[in-house]
Write a protein that binds this ligand. Structure first.
Ligand code: PLP
Length: 399
């Protein structure tokens, strides 16, 4: 008999969190590490949200259990916010409040998948998806993209990966790790293709408010209303309101899916912390001025990062249009000699960069595509400039 169940033993540690932990440990040991690993805004949670949480601590009703699927007033506010921001109309009964967006990902796949069901996932993909799909018994089918298409998958590519066992498409725009944002017409074409083949669409909209320049966020659920009975929208407060530590996300879907997912939650986590839900209520009921300020800073850093990365020989970085990540190819540097070493993969190159330049990046292996680095630009402008300069110096020595 297995000591650890085969199901759970197959799960790997989060590579992004591991890089962050290693960089923090080096920093604690006194080394001047610059971290591009973090997947969270470097801003504090806005004051009015914190104040709502402080007030909630004193409310006696919040000291007790509340409905496992979320506070009714929060579900209502999430439905209203979704209509305001993406145009998708849902009843509060179609909302499940989860312990962060990550838990919404888990809940969606646990609720939709039977063993052997295939899920189309565009690579590069965020590290959590494969594990959530695997835990549910699902089979991930990768649809590989690269920098030449700006990391966008076409309907033809999706169709080539579809089989009789395909149950769902996971659609993520803006994307973590690439920052790719699908143009509206491509979102609609993909949604129509999903309807035509009667597929479920699980759409992760957590970066909806972080789009730059001429790019526009388009919800696939709104672009193709015929999907309504087979679409599950995932979202949360983490990225929009700098609330990663509060752990509030949600899932919106057809009533039967949400009822089933709520039953599952009633036996696992029960209600999300009421104090955190009260904070999320203040966040989603308020305006979007805090995220507008963050977006301005992110956009400035994004432009600086893309420009300076592309100046480094061997680095090719398409312009990310959303989220707060750049995803350059470092393929040309692999196998070259740098400071007496010859890294054979992007994992080895990232290790060399951490040791020699004291810069933390996440290697593409974490996102299903070796040969790339993910760099978050959610860090101060000066650190960003210094970190890229260190990369440039180190890579300038490649022979
Ligand atoms: C694409 C995507 N979805 C969901 C999440 C989940 O965020 P959280 O669990 O902090 O709400 C993240 C966080 O990195 C993400 O990048």
């Amino acid at each position: 008999m297995n000591r650890i169940s085969a199901r759970v033993a197959a799960i790997s540690a989060s590579a992004t969190l591991a890089v962050d932990a290693r960089a923090k440990a080096m920093k604690a040991a006194g080394r001047p590490v610059i971290g591009f690993g973090a997947g969270e805004p470097d801003f504090p949670t806005p004051g009015y949200i914190v104040e709502a949480a402080v007030a909630a601590c004193a409310e006696a009703r919040f000291h007790k259990y509340t409905p496992p699927g979320g506070l009714p007033e929060l579900k209502q506010a999430i439905a209203a916010k979704t209509l305001r921001d993406s145009g998708f109309e849902a009843d509060p009964g179609q909302v499940l409040v989860t312990n962060g967006g990550k838990h919404a990902v888990y809940a969606a796949f646990a609720t939709l998948l039977d063993p052997g069901d295939e899920v189309l996932v565009v690579a590069p993909y965020w590290t959590t998806y494969p594990e959530a799909i695997k835990l549910a018994g699902g089979v991930q089918v990768d649809v590989l993209t690269d920098e030449t298409s700006g990391y966008l998958a076409s309907v033809e590519q999706l169709e080539a990966a579809r089989t009789e066992r395909t149950k769902a498409l996971l659609f993520v725009s803006p994307s973590n790790p690439t920052g790719a944002v699908y143009p509206p017409e491509q979102v609609e074409a993909i949604g129509r293709w999903a309807v035509e083949h009667d597929l479920w669409v699980v759409t992760d909209e957590i970066y909806e408010h972080l789009v730059y320049g001429a790019a526009k966020f388009t919800s696939i659920a709104t672009a193709v209303p015929e999907l309504a009975d087979k679409v599950v929208v995932l979202n949360g407060v983490a990225k929009t309101y700098a609330m990663t530590g509060w752990r509030v996300g949600w899932l919106i879907g057809p009533a039967d899916v949400v009822k089933a997912a709520t039953n599952l939650q009633s036996h696992s986590t029960s209600n999300v912390s009421n104090v955190a839900q009260a904070a999320a209520l203040a966040a989603v009921s308020g305006d979007l001025s805090a995220v507008a300020e963050m977006r301005t800073a992110f956009d400035r850093r994004r432009q600086a990062m893309v420009r300076t990365l592309n100046e480094i020989p061997g680095v090719v970085c398409p312009e990310p249009l959303g989220a707060f990540y750049a995803y350059p190819s470092v393929k040309e540097l692999i196998g070259k000699e740098i400071r007496g070493k010859r890294p054979a993969s992007s994992v080895e190159l990232a290790e060399l960069v951490l040791e020699e330049a004291e810069v933390a990046v996440v290697p593409g292996e974490a996102f299903g595509t070796p040969g790339y680095f993910r760099l978050s630009y959610a860090l101060g402008d000066d650190d960003l400039a210094e970190g890229i300069a260190r990369l440039g110096k180190l890579f300038g020595e490649a022979r």
